[in-house]
Design a binder for this molecule. Structure first.
Ligand SMILES: CC(C)(COP(=O)(O)OP(=O)(O)OC[C@H]1O[C@@H](n2cnc3c(N)ncnc32)[C@H](O)[C@@H]1OP(=O)(O)O)[C@@H](O)C(=O)NCCC(=O)NCCS
Length: 435
């Protein structure tokens, strides 16, 4: 039996925190009030009114009241899930007690918010016994307010070595009769506090990228049927860097990322969706370079690091400062090695449909060909790559389609933007394929 999941969403692209109370504003709830009204690509999959680090400590009691009030008013129309973050600390009973009080307030049915609250986010957890304390507090909140047991989910911020190790215990601990850890939903990295906890140092003071933590979180989520989310990217105007981080995360199976601003939400909602059109890349000295499609559909290399010249007895290909003399076949092979194709949503759907038809016709493996005319220094070369597709390739290709289907099913407010991106026909076929 595969690992069971206990929640609706299979993927979460965006985890968006908003300060719950800001001093000096006429309405201290201004930021959560506007965030609650975001829609479409601007609205996150998971919205986190943040009564912890985003809110000043002396504003947090007011913050908890604001969350209850704003969610009561706008929660029913909000298109994503709502998971407030409360204070918690593995080393501080006082902080844990305060977080408990805030959960009691936010979940009090008299305040009218709890029917729109999907769960709570617990920061600064320690070992798995500490996770169980938070879980027990949520059980007590449910009991106190007459809510169904297990109806509030729990997500944690992994920001200590202890919590990182605890992820290895989850598969065994979840489902024991003495806890309700099945309520777990997201495992979210918190690299800033993790860096402090690990006593890590870098010469510039910048955060280490912590690929190991992200890998371990993704692995922990996979083993326990949960969802992994990367932490905040605080260089909030560096869109390219944020995108690169997401590409790196997705190669580890971590689809979700924290968003600090509405601009980051749009980026993080869009980035994991397959592209609208396909594109070719060439790898030059370890770097991927995009080729530009011209009006004849040829793929043109525009950089300086590659050169190609036709000579009397073949070709001279230059990569950086290395030149090689090649005949037509060798050139074709060399370029086929350097080039790769990034499939569009339409391509993925086509390939899956083609494989489904082949399977139906009794074939377990087929060759899929991808070809292009590549132009370097005005010289044209035909490049084609054959890739073997079998059931395993098919299933791996399905991940972006599963993601799309999950988004489409749960976010009707994004249907219009998705149809505009891909066209209604591709959307319809993408919803059909693989089922
Ligand atoms: C970092 C921050 C102060 C930058 O604010 P900014 O410079 O105003 O950011 P932008 O220009 O992108 O904001 C555009 C609008 O969205 C609002 N906004 C920005 N971030 C928001 C957030 N996280 N939640 C709700 N609204 C937000 C801004 O108030 C602004 O609204 P306005 O046009 O009515 O003034 C702000 O984004 C923020 O407080 N983010 C949350 C921080 C957080 O969650 N920290 C905890 C993580 S450990």
């Amino acid at each position: 039996m595969s690992t069971e999941r206990h929640y609706e969403r299979e993927f979460v692209r965006t985890f968006f925190t908003s300060p719950t109370a800001v001093k000096g504003e006429e309405d201290s709830a201004k930021m959560i009030r506007s965030a609650a009204q975001l829609r479409g690509m601007q609205a996150p999959d998971v919205w986190v009114p943040d009564n912890e680090d985003a809110t000043a400590p002396n504003m947090r009691d007011e913050g908890a009241r604001n969350v209850a009030e704003v969610v009561a008013e706008h929660g029913a129309e909000f298109p994503g899930e709502i998971h407030p973050r409360v204070v918690w600390h593995r080393d501080s009973p006082g902080t844990r007690y305060r977080g408990f009080q805030h959960m009691l307030e936010i979940a009090d049915p008299d305040n009218g918010a709890v029917e729109h609250i999907d769960g709570f986010v617990i920061p600064e957890v320690g070992d798995v016994d500490d996770w169980k304390k938070a879980d027990e507090f949520i059980t007590v909140v449910e009991h106190e307010h007459g809510l169904e047991a297990g109806s509030l989910s729990m997500s944690v911020i992994v920001e200590s070595g202890e919590a990182e190790l605890a992820m290895g215990d989850l598969r065994e601990e979840m489902g024991k009769p003495s806890n309700n850890l099945e309520r777990l939903f997201l495992l979210v990295d918190g690299e800033v506090d993790y860096t402090k906890d690990m006593r890590a140092m870098t010469p510039t003071g910048e955060l280490p990228p912590w690929p190991e933590l992200r890998h371990n979180t993704s692995r922990g989520a996979s083993a326990a049927g949960l969802i992994a989310v990367d932490g905040p990217y605080d260089d909030i105007r560096d869109v390219e860097g944020y995108r690169e981080r997401m590409v790196d995360n997705r190669a580890k199976g971590m689809t979700g990322i924290w968003s600090l601003t509405p601009g980051q939400v749009v980026e993080a909602n869009t980035s994991p969706l397959p592209p609208e059109s396909g594109s070719w890349l060439v790898e030059v000295d370890g770097e991927d370079v995009d080729l530009d499609e011209d009006e004849d559909g040829r793929q043109v290399y525009e950089g300086d690091d590659l050169g190609l010249e036709e000579t009397a007895d073949g070709y001279v290909l230059r990569v950086g400062s290395d030149e090689q003399e090649l005949d037509a076949e060798e050139l074709h092979e060399e370029l086929a090695d350097m080039a790769s194709y990034v499939p569009s949503m339409d391509d993925i759907v086509n390939s899956m449909e083609e494989f489904e038809a082949a399977k139906e016709a009794g074939r377990g493996a087929i060759a899929m060909t991808q070809s292009a005319t590549v132009v370097i220094d005005g010289v044209e070369v035909e490049v084609s790559r054959d890739r073997m597709w079998d059931e395993a390739t098919y299933q791996a290709a399905q991940t972006p389609i599963n993601l799309f289907q999950d988004v489409y099913e749960h976010r009707p407010d994004q249907h219009e933007e998705l149809a505009e991106m891909y066209g209604a026909d591709v959307v319809e076929r993408a919803m059909d394929v693989g089922n």
